[in-house]
Design a protein around this ligand. Structure first.
Ligand code: NA7
Length: 544
C-alpha cells in the first residue's frame, strides 16, 4: 500500500536532518529516506583515513539551535569523520528526528503524478510512497565518480573509493597501495595510508594546492568564548564574512578589501604569512581580486608554490607537485603532512597528466608501458558534483521529462531551488546554489527556511503547486553565467565547472555571485509572490 505524506525528504545528511526538524515544526507529515544505516551524509560515507572537516568545527555546525550549540563539545579544532558522525547522531536524537526517518532505503525514483499533484517515490525496498512536496537533500558531493579506466574490473586486489569507504577500518599494513587522484580526499588519506603501506604509489593527473590544516585539540577557553558569543559569531559568519566562516587566529576577522596589487609586497606577504600560520582555508579570505585578476591571483599562488618547494626535499618531486594554474579556482586543500609524505622513500609519485593511466592489470596500474604493482587500489577520484545525485535517480516531472534530460545542456534551475516541469520538487545545497563557496550549513538552513515559508504561503493562499517558469530558469542560468565569468573559475578544470566528468556542461552548476546577492534574489522571489514561478490553484487538498 502506498503511504502518503505531506513531504518526502531524500537523504539524511545535514540538510535532511534540518529539513525534518524544520518541516515537522511547521506541522507537516514527513518521511525521510536514507540509503545509509544512519544520518550524516558526507560524514557517514567518507570514512577513509584522514577524513576531516576543513572549516573550524565551532563554525561548521548547525546554527539553527542554540541548545545544540551550547550542549555539544568539539574535541578538536577540525573534527574528524567519526566525531562529525557522532554530532549528527546527537542532533538527530536530541530532537527525536529518527521517527520520521527510514534508513537502509535508497530512493530509486520519483515521478510526478499530474492527476493527483503528488510525487510518487519508489524506494529500494520495493515500496511506493506519495507526497505533495519532495525535498532533495541529496548532497552536492555524494555521487562518487568511478573513472572508466580499462581493466579496473580485472584487478585482483581490493578496490576502494574514498566516498564509499567500508565501515570496518581497512588495514593496509605491509601492502603495496596505489592511490589514484590528488584532490582533497587523497591529500587527507595519503599520509595515513603511507604510515601503513610497504609501498605507496600516487597517480597524479593535476597537482593540488594544499596548505597546512594545523589541527589540534580544541582549546577549552576558545570553545567557551565562542559559546558565550555564538549569536554574534553566527551573525558575522552569515552576513559579514566572505565564505560563511570568520575565525583567523581564533578571532573573527572581517573580509579583506582592496587589491592584492595595491599594497606593498611586504604588506601582502605579512597577510599571507599570517594566513599560513593560522592554517586551513583562511587563504580564501584574502584580497578579493585574487578571484578575478590573474596577476593578483599569482601573488598568492607563488607564495604557496614557494611553500610547497620548501616542504618537498626532492626537486623533481617538488616540481611535479607544484601547480601552475591559478590558485583557489580548484578547491584549496588543507593538509596534514601531505607534502612531507613524499619525502619518504617508500612513497612514489607517478605523473599521469600527459600519459594517462593506460589500464589496470590484474596486479597493478600500467602507465607508459610500465606496471606499478599494487595489492590494493584507492580511487580518490571525486564526485559527479552538484547534479550527479539527482541525475542518477529516476526523477520525472509532469511531462515525463527526466531531470537528467532537463539538465543535459546544463543544470537549469530557478535559484538552485526549483525546476520548470518539476512542480513542488525542491533542491537543496546542489546545482545553482552558492553552497560550494559559502558554508553549506548556512546555505541549506536558509534554503530550507525558504522552502518552509514557500509551503506555508502555498497552503495559506490555496495553491497546490509551485513550479519555476522557463523564463526564470533562463534568468537564473544567465545570472550564474555572469557571476562565473566575472571570476577566474572558468580558466581551470575542476568539479566546480563540471570538468571532471566527460561531456558535463558547466552551465548553472554553481552560483558565484555571493551569499548577499543570492539571499536578495530569494527574498525578492518570495516577497513578490513568486514571479519566477507558476502557482497551481486547484480544488483544495488539505494536508494529510
Ligand atoms: P576531487 O577534488 O574531484 O579529486 C579527484 C582527483 O582524482 C583529482 O586529482 C582528479 O584529477 C583525479 N582523477 C579523477 N579521474 C582520474 C583519472 N581517470 N586518472 C587520474 N586521476 C583522476 O575529489 P575529492 O574526493 O578529493 O574531493 C571532493 C571535494 O570534497 C573537495 O573538493 C572538497 O570540497 C571536499 P584532476 O584534478 O581531475 O586532473
Amino acid at each position: 500500500m502506498e503511504k502518503r505524506y505531506d513531504a518526502i525528504i531524500v537523504g539524511a545528511g545535514m540538510a535532511g536532518i534540518y529539513a525534518v526538524y524544520h518541516l515537522r515544526r511547521l506541522g507537516l507529515s514527513l518521511r525521510c529516506f536514507e540509503a545509509g544505516s544512519s544520518v550524516g551524509g558526507t560524514w557517514y560515507w567518507n570514512r577513509y583515513p584522514g577524513a576531516r572537516v576543513d572549516i573550524e568545527s565551532m563554525e561548521y555546525s548547525f546554527a539553527f539551535s542554540d541548545e545544540i550549540q551550547q550542549e555539544w563539545n568539539w574535541s578538536e579544532r577540525y573534527a574528524g569523520q567519526a566525531e562529525l558522525s557522532r554530532y549528527f547522531e546527537f542532533v538527530t536524537d536530541r530532537f527525536d528526528l529518527r521517527r520520521d526517518m527510514q534508513f537502509n532505503t535508497r530512493v530509486e525514483g520519483a515521478h510526478y503524478d499530474a492527476e493527483s499533484n503528488d510525487w510518487l517515490v519508489m524506494t529500494s525496498d520495493g515500496a511506493r510512497h506519495r507526497a505533495r512536496y519532495c525535498l532533495m537533500t541529496t548532497g552536492l558531493l555524494s555521487a562518487p565518480n568511478k573513472p572508466d579506466i580499462k581493466g579496473l574490473a580485472n584487478f585482483k586486489g581490493a578496490v576502494y573509493h574514498t566516498g564509499l569507504w567500508p565501515k570496518e577500518p581497512v588495514d593496509f599494513f605491509g601492502q603495496r597501495v596505489g592511490v589514484i587522484g590528488t584532490g582533497s580526499s587523497a591529500v587527507q588519506a595519503i599520509p595515513l595510508i603511507a604510515e601503513q603501506a610497504r609501498e605507496l604509489t600516487v597517480f597524479q593527473r593535476t597537482p593540488a594546492y594544499a596548505v597546512p590544516l594545523r589541527n589540534h585539540p580544541m582549546p577549552e577557553e576558545y570553545q567557551l568564548r565562542v559559546k558565550a558569543e555564538y549569536a554574534e559569531w553566527r551573525r558575522k559568519e552569515r552576513y559579514e564574512s566572505f565564505g560563511g566562516w570568520v575565525a583567523v587566529d581564533y578571532q573573527p576577522v572581517e573580509p579583506v578589501t582592496g587589491s592584492a596589487l595595491a599594497v606593498s609586497p611586504a604588506e601582502r606577504m605579512a597577510l599571507y604569512e599570517q594566513r599560513w600560520r593560522n592554517g586551513g582555508l583562511a587563504f580564501y579570505n584574502v584580497y578579493p581580486d585574487v578571484y578575478t585578476d590573474l596577476a593578483a591571483n599569482n601573488t598568492l599562488a607563488e607564495f604557496i608554490r614557494g611553500k610547497i618547494r620548501e616542504r618537498v626535499k626532492d626537486p623533481a618531486k617538488a616540481a611535479l607537485l607544484t601547480p601552475d594554474y591559478p590558485i583557489l579556482m580548484k578547491r584549496l586543500i588543507a593538509d596534514t603532512n601531505y607534502y612531507e609524505t613524499y619525502n619518504k622513500d617508500h612513497v612514489q609519485l607517478v605523473d599521469v597528466s600527459k600519459h594517462p593511466i593506460e589500464c589496470i592489470t590484474e596486479t597493478g596500474v600500467r602507465v607508459k608501458g610500465a606496471v606499478h604493482e599494487c595489492d590494493s587500489l584507492v580511487l580518490a577520484t571525486g564526485y559527479d558534483a552538484m547534479t550527479g545525485a539527482l541525475t542518477r535517480m529516476d526523477i520525472r516531472g509532469k511531462n515525463g521529462e527526466t531531470i537528467a534530460d532537463h539538465w543535459a545542456q546544463g543544470a537549469r534551475t530557478h535559484l538552485g531551488l526549483l525546476c520548470a516541469g518539476f512542480p513542488n520538487l525542491f533542491i537543496i545545497d546542489a546545482a545553482g546554489s552558492p553552497s560550494v563557496v559559502f558554508q553549506p550549513v548556512f546555505v541549506m538552513e536558509e534554503q530550507i527556511n525558504w522552502v518552509g515559508e514557500c509551503i506555508q504561503n502555498l497552503e495559506a493562499s490555496g495553491h497546490a503547486t509551485i513550479e519555476a517558469t522557463r523564463a526564470a530558469e533562463d534568468a537564473w542560468s544567465a545570472e550564474c553565467e555572469r557571476a562565473l565569468h566575472a571570476t577566474l573559475f572558468p580558466t581551470v578544470n575542476s568539479w566546480y565547472v563540471g570538468a571532471n566528468i566527460e561531456g558535463k556542461s558547466h552551465a548553472g552548476l554553481i552560483y558565484l555571485g555571493g551569499m548577499p546577492e543570492y539571499r536578495r534574489w530569494c527574498a525578492e522571489e518570495a516577497a513578490g509572490g513568486y514571479p519566477g514561478c507558476v502557482l497551481g490553484k486547484r480544488e483544495a487538498i488539505a494536508l494529510s
